[in-house]
Each structure stands twice: as structure tokens, then as C-alpha cells.
Write a protein that binds this ligand. Structure first.
Ligand SMILES: *[C@@H]1O[C@H](CO)[C@@H](O)[C@H](O)[C@H]1NC(C)=O
Ligand SMILES: *[C@@H]1O[C@H](CO)[C@@H](O)[C@H](O)[C@H]1NC(C)=O
Ligand SMILES: *[C@@H]1O[C@H](CO)[C@@H](O)[C@H](O)[C@H]1NC(C)=O
Ligand SMILES: *[C@@H]1O[C@H](CO)[C@@H](O)[C@H](O)[C@H]1NC(C)=O
Ligand SMILES: *[C@@H]1O[C@H](CO)[C@@H](O)[C@H](O)[C@H]1NC(C)=O
Ligand SMILES: *[C@@H]1O[C@H](CO)[C@@H](O)[C@H](O)[C@H]1NC(C)=O
Ligand SMILES: *[C@@H]1O[C@H](CO)[C@@H](O)[C@H](O)[C@H]1NC(C)=O
Length: 665
């Protein structure tokens, strides 16, 4: 954790306090917004998600390296003989999304019959490449303080945010209804999503665990079935005391016993279809005495393993929280994200844990991550350079035997979103803003493809092999013991061509040509003019979640088994070594999913003129009130609402109400 090691113990403590503070009241201006004024543009006052700040790219290294020869191990044994290690089999949906509960409706839809099409398209792009739907977590800080599962809300709403506090660390009160699970189920029926869902874990819920939470657990399982991967119990419990969610003195052993109280209460209800149901502990922040190792050493894993579907951690490499009045200047840390050392440094602390978890046959999930807590950084979190970094970081996590990794999605006042709906209640049409890191999910989906059986190895050059090796990481993917794809990075920002790299891949004489797709932009600082295989999701306020432009796959001829792959500075080149590996990663014409209307379901689209007025990224109305998550738009919807469908018959609702009454009163 290099950024943290820079601080004294005292400020480290307050840094931890401020980590992952993702819930704010609407319209407030905090560290994230003030940081904008100290960054390059200096004049922008609108919402963070559309901030046009562009940073200065770091200058290229003093000496250019323009060629490298990769001796690609010819099979799994050769990988080991070379001193490398292959990961567990990975799927194309490895890199997914973590959606803050408080904005689930503004991202996905106002009800199960009003789903937001751009969101579906962003998800379908992954399904079309990976063969499996995306992995999505709904939860976060807002699941925790006081989310309450209720039997229906006014107007059939998915969720209501009730309390708006002046204190930004205080989470809002959220009532969510069965309709949220139906909405999630319908998203699954269209784009195959699998889910993690966060249960409430506040003090009173733990003190009286017999009522609401077991009901939420039961209904989540009943409605989502096998598409519910796990229910999360606790979100960053290592920060509870700092966030005033528990009183001082509360610590790791209290978490372990509260986890037990809560999960046993849920299981005692005998309502679960699947008792391998939970995921935890989602520790995040290297709090001494409360790290994953400490939780394991307390016996948590062995005690709970039968009821655990997976083990989770959450991690942000740095933060944009105001600490003792200090705000990190994004320009100062941009270069930290622009070489392979960062990806390695983020993942290496977890390598022993991942072995332990694999040892008990459980999945190891990075349940929430992104560039920086407290909203990310202007010009950095939304840069092309960080799309390179996120791809590197994801591949490094996959190599380190994480099972999946989920990028956090917040409201309009964060800089790091992979996609952001317009600040309106409509949200249909081509008005969404694509964040650079969304492209990383496409590269990962194609790098692993649809076999579910892609093992990855980090075969980056050493300093001896390439003096600029930190800018030139390389990963290879093996399927059925054969190399199928290679991912080549060039982090260097140099439009002159002087730092373009020619990488020769030794593939064996039977191969006469390979195919290459590029992730490209002219600079690591670029925000929007980014292409994947020559297709783009465009600039701010212009996306419907579909890729536009003509897809370009470059064919490279090989001589005597040597294929020379140009890797421009900056770019990622994904090399498909066989035609099967290319078709196994490509959207299949005829069977691919895409939505052209603006709303899927029985609702009709309404477009808020306000969102069009802000389409130049200026004068955005800050804090479209009603939201309590930082920057989330109002959930009071102007869209027509519909009664629960007949499929979920009245009978179920009577039963449900009865259970609710029986257990709550
Ligand atoms: C905690 O959550 C439960 C339901 O899970 C809710 O009934 C209760 O009001 C919450 N407590 C607080 C203090 O917000
Ligand atoms: C929502 O939450 C508030 C505050 O806890 C509560 O008074 C209200 O009855 C809840 N239920 C519904 C259906 O709105
Ligand atoms: C590479 O990244 C590391 C870790 O993020 C950072 O400490 C280092 O300064 C970077 N190196 C250069 C040359 O920018
Ligand atoms: C990942 O798991 C595989 C399979 O068990 C193992 O061989 C490999 O060493 C692990 N990798 C790391 C980095 O721990
Ligand atoms: C990949 O796994 C999914 C389940 O996650 C399954 O539905 C699909 O059929 C698998 N694909 C292959 C090629 O085995
Ligand atoms: C890239 O896409 C653009 C825009 O659709 C198209 O005009 C161009 O021909 C494409 N380039 C290649 C090489 O396919
Ligand atoms: C969504 O869910 C409801 C059931 O909750 C169902 O009737 C409806 O057809 C589903 N699909 C769409 C596209 O709305």
C-alpha cells in the first residue's frame, strides 16, 4: 500500500476513517468537488461524473525500448518450468460491477417493468463476449446502516431513501421492496446477470436478528434462484467504529460473533433454499487487528465454511478524502497508476489469503474496488490510462486466483463510474456517460472468452529483458493446456511513435497468422475518445450502452512461427492465437443481445429536457435533490407505474404479509 505508507501513523488512522465513504447527501460539496478546483481545469463546477478535467500525461522514460521477444511457454507444464504460475480457470465475466444499493433504481430501472436500456446494453456487451452474463453486486455502505426490506412501497417503487442527514458519514435509511428483487430477476432474464446482495447489518438488526433480515434473505433466494451468488453480511466492518456504526472498542471478534448471530438466525428460520448462502467479511482497509488474516485466525472461516458461498474483500488503492484538510492532487499520483508495479502491489497482499480460500473450495471475491475511495479523482479515474490500469489490475487479480472483481458504481458525484445515467428521472436514450474503465470489462471479457476455462499467467518481462518493463506488462491465457491469447500493454504516453513497441511472439511454425484487437486512445489522459477494436461508446451524455463504429480485427502474418505485434504507446493489444480463440471471444452475429428501444418492459420512456441541457457537461444542476447517496439523482419517478404482475399472485403476497407481520410485530 504505497500511498498509505507515505503517511504518519496518525494520519493513517484518519485516512482509514475516511476510506470508502461513498454515501453523501445530495448536492453537497466535499473533498471530491474541491479537488476539482486544484486540478487542471479549475473552472468546472458541475457534477463529478461529467467533469472535463484532463491531466498532464507523464513524460516517456528517458530511453525508448522498441522491441521485445516473448518466448511463449507452449503448454501448462512449460509455464511452470519457466517459473511462472497459472491461475484457476477464469470466466469472461471476471470483471463486473458493484452497485451502491441507494442508486440501484437510478441505474437499473424504476421497477421490474421499467428497465433502463442503456444499462442492459452495457451488460449485454459482456454477455455477448463472455457467453455468461455479468456479475453484479447490489450493496455497499447504504445496505448497512439501516436498509429495511418492506412489503411493497408506494407506487410500486424499488426503493425509497428516507433520511437525509447533514452528516456525510451517516448512511440514509433505505426501504427496499420485493420489486427490487423482481427488477434484478428481470435483468437476469434479459442479460444473464448473477448477483450478490447486501443484507442489513446494523446494530439493531444484529440485536434482533429474527425479523426483517431473514425475510429479505429468503425472498432474495426465492426470486433470484441460482442467479443469487451470495448474500453479503457486513460491508467494511473494519471501519464500523470510525463510521460510528458501532461504539468504540468494538472490533474483529465482535464482528465474528455478530456474523454468527445473524447467519444462525437466518438459517434457523429454515426458509433458505440454499444454505451455502453467505459472503463476508468484506474487510477493506488494512486496519491493524482487523485484516482478513485476523478474521481467519479467529476461526471464522472454518466455523462458517459450510454456509459460505465465497469470501470477500474490498479495496481502493488510494482515496480522495479530505484528511486533516489535505487533499491528494490527482496530477501528483497519475503516474502511480501508469505502470505494472501498481497492479502487483494491489494484489500481492492477498496471495496467501487466496490460497487459503481455495484450500476450502470457496470463491474469493473482490466485492468492491475502484481507483480511489471518496469518489475517485477528476481527470484520473476517468482517464484512458486508468482503463489500462484497471485491465492490468483485473488480470493480476485473476492470476492471483480471485474468482471475480467488481468495480464500484456510485452516483453522479463520483469520478470513477464505468457508466452514469443522465441526471434525470428518465434515463432512456443516448444520454449516458461511459467511464474509461468500462472498456476494461470488454477487454477482460474477450481475453478470457466463453470457455469458462481460461487460466492466466503474468509473463511480464524482467528489467534485464526490457529496461522499460514496468510499462510493458504481458499476460498469456491458456485453455486446455494450450496458449490461446496474449495481452500486451504499453502504458507509455508518446504520440510521436518513438515508444511504440514491436513484440515478437514465438508461436510455433504451424501458425501463419494471428488476430489482434486494440484498446486505443491518443493519450493516457484522454477521457472519451477511446476505442476497443475501433468501436466506441463515445463522449459524455451520448451513450445508449452500445458500441458504435466498425469493429476492426487486425490480422498479422507470422514468419517461421514469429508474429510481430505492434503495441503503440499507449495501448493494449489483445492477440488471438487461433481462430477458435477469436470466435470464442466475439459477439456472435445472430445471437447477440442488443436493445434499441429506450425502456424495456411495459413502461414508456420519458426524456427529461434538463439532461439534454446539461449535455455539454457544463451547468449541470448540482444535486438533483431527493437523493441521499452522494450525487444520486432523485428516485421519485415520473414514469408510469404498474401493479405487480399476476405471475406473482396475490396468494404469495398474502403469505408474505403474514410472515412480515408475524415476524416484525
Ligand atoms: C436496522 O435495520 C433493521 C432492519 O434490518 C431496521 O428495522 C432498523 O430500523 C435499523 N436500525 C437502525 C438504527 O437504523
Ligand atoms: C419505510 O421506512 C420508514 C422509516 O423507518 C417507516 O416509517 C415506513 O413505514 C417504512 N415503510 C414503507 C412501506 O414506506
Ligand atoms: C510506478 O508505479 C508505482 C506504484 O504505483 C509508483 O510508486 C512508481 O512511482 C511508478 N513509477 C514511475 C516511474 O512512475
Ligand atoms: C492459483 O491457483 C493455482 C491452482 O491451485 C495454483 O497452482 C497457483 O499457484 C495459484 N496462484 C497463485 C499466484 O497463488
Ligand atoms: C460457463 O458457465 C456457465 C455457468 O456460469 C454455464 O451456463 C455455461 O454453459 C458455461 N459455458 C461453457 C462453455 O461451459
Ligand atoms: C473504424 O470505425 C470508423 C467509424 O465507424 C470507420 O469509418 C472506419 O472505417 C473504421 N476503421 C477500420 C480500420 O475498420
Ligand atoms: C419483468 O417481471 C415481471 C414479473 O415481475 C414480468 O411480468 C415481466 O414480463 C418481466 N419482463 C419485462 C421485460 O418486463
Amino acid at each position: 500500500m504505497s500511498p498509505i505508507s507515505l503517511f504518519t501513523t496518525l494520519s493513517l488512522l484518519s485516512l482509514i476513517t475516511a476510506q470508502s465513504l461513498t454515501v453523501y447527501k445530495a448536492g453537497e460539496t466535499t473533498a471530491t468537488a474541491s479537488a476539482t478546483t486544484s486540478a487542471a481545469s479549475g473552472t468546472y463546477t458541475g457534477l463529478a461524473a461529467y467533469d472535463p478535467t484532463v491531466l498532464t500525461p507523464p513524460s516517456p522514460p528517458s530511453q525508448a525500448v522498441t522491441s521485445y521477444t516473448l518466448n511463449l511457454p507452449s503448454n501448462g507444464q512449460a509455464v511452470l518450468d519457466g517459473g511462472y504460475s497459472l491461475s484457476i480457470p477464469q470466466k469472461g465475466n471476471f470483471l463486473g460491477f458493484s452497485v451502491e444499493l441507494s442508486i440501484a433504481n437510478s441505474l437499473m430501472g424504476s421497477s421490474s417493468t421499467n428497465m433502463k436500456v442503456p444499462f442492459l446494453n452495457y451488460m449485454a456487451n459482456i454477455q455477448n463476449r463472455a457467453g455468461v452474463g455479468p456479475i453484479i453486486r447490489v450493496g455497499g455502505n447504504s445496505q448497512e446502516g439501516s436498509s429495511v426490506f418492506v412489503n411493497g412501497l408506494q407506487d410500486g417503487a424499488v426503493l425509497d431513501k428516507i433520511k437525509v442527514s447533514e452528516n456525510p458519514t451517516e448512511t440514509p435509511l433505505i426501504n427496499y421492496s420485493l420489486e427490487l428483487f423482481y427488477l434484478m430477476a428481470n435483468v437476469t432474464s434479459l442479460v444473464g446477470a448473477d448477483w450478490y446482495f447486501g443484507l442489513s447489518f446494523n446494530q439493531s438488526a444484529v440485536d434482533d436478528p429474527t425479523g426483517n433480515v431473514p425475510l429479505a434473505a429468503k425472498w432474495a433466494q426465492d426470486i433470484l434462484g441460482d442467479h443469487l451468488l451470495a448474500l453479503s453480511v457486513g460491508n467494511e466492518p473494519d471501519l464500523y467504529v470510525d463510521h460510528n456504526k458501532r461504539s468504540s472498542g468494538w472490533g474483529m471478534s465482535n464482528y465474528v460473533s455478530e456474523f454468527d448471530t445473524m447467519t444462525q438466525a437466518i438459517l434457523a428460520n429454515n426458509n433458505l433454499r440454499d444454505t451455502t448462502a453467505f459472503i463476508g467479511p468484506s474487510t477493506c482497509c488494512q486496519v491493524v487487528g482487523f485484516e482478513l488474516d485476523d478474521v481467519f485466525n479467529a476461526g471464522w472461516l472454518s466455523t462458517n465454511v459450510d454456509n459460505l458461498a465465497a469470501v470477500s474483500v474490498q479495496h481502493y488503492p488510494t482515496n480522495n478524502c479530505k484528511i486533516n484538510g489535505n487533499i491528494i492532487n490527482p496530477q501528483d499520483i497519475f503516474s502511480d497508476f501508469l505502470n505494472h508495479t501498481s497492479a502487483q502491489a494491489q494484489v500481492s497482499p492477498y496471495l496467501t489469503n487466496s490460497q487459503t480460500v481455495q484450500g476450502v473450495q470457496r470463491e474469493f471475491i473482490m466485492l468492491e474496488t475502484n481507483t480511489a475511495s471518496c469518489g475517485g479523482f477528476p481527470g484520473l479515474s476517468d482517464s484512458f490510462g486508468v482503463a489500462l490500469w484497471m485491465t492490468d489490475y483485473a488480470l493480476q487479480m485473476a492470476w492471483g486466483n480471485f474468482t471475480s472483481a467488481l468495480m464500484h458504481v456510485g452516483g453522479q458525484n463520483v469520478y470513477y463510474n464505468p457508466f452514469t445515467p443522465p441526471p434525470s428521472t428518465g434515463g432512456g436514450g443516448k444520454q449516458w456517460t461511459t467511464g474509461s474503465i468500462y472498456y476494461s470489462t470488454l477487454v477482460i471479457a474477450e481475453a478470457f472468452g466463453r470457455s469458462n476455462n481460461s487460466k492466466v499467467v503474468d509473463i511480464s518481462p524482467t528489467t534485464e529483458q526490457d529496461a522499460n518493463n514496468i510499462y510493458h506488462p504481458i499476460y498469456a491465457i491458456y485453455e486446455n493446456d494450450q496458449p490461446s491469447r496474449v495481452v500486451l500493454f504499453n502504458y507509455i504516453d508518446d504520440q510521436s511513435g518513438a515508444n511504440d513497441l514491436q513484440t515478437t511472439i514465438n508461436v510455433g511454425t504451424s501458425v501463419t497468422s494471428v488476430s489482434v484487437r486494440y484498446l486505443r486512445a491518443k493519450s493516457v489522459s484522454e477521457q472519451y475518445d477511446i476505442t476497443w477494436a475501433n468501436q466506441t461508446l463515445g463522449t459524455s451524455f451520448s451513450s445508449d450502452g452500445r458500441l458504435y463504429g466498425e469493429q476492426q480485427t487486425v490480422s498479422i502474418n507470422c514468419e517461421n512461427g514469429n508474429c510481430v505485434i505492434p503495441v503503440p504507446a499507449p495501448s493494449i493489444a489483445l492477440v488471438f492465437l487461433t481462430s477458435d480463440s477469436l470466435s470464442n471471444s466475439s459477439p456472435q452475429e445472430g445471437s447477440k443481445t442488443e436493445y434499441e428501444t429506450s425502456i424495456v418492459g411495459t413502461g414508456s420512456a420519458t426524456v427529461d429536457k434538463q439532461s439534454l441541457e446539461t449535455s455539454n457537461g457544463q451547468n449541470a444542476k448540482s444535486g438533483l435533490n431527493g437523493g441521499t447517496s452522494k450525487g444520486s439523482a432523485s428516485s421519485s419517478s415520473a414514469l408510469p407505474q404498474f401493479a405487480f404482475p399476476t405471475k406473482h399472485s396475490l396468494g404469495i403476497f398474502i403469505t408474505f404479509s403474514t410472515i412480515l407481520l408475524a415476524t416484525l410485530i
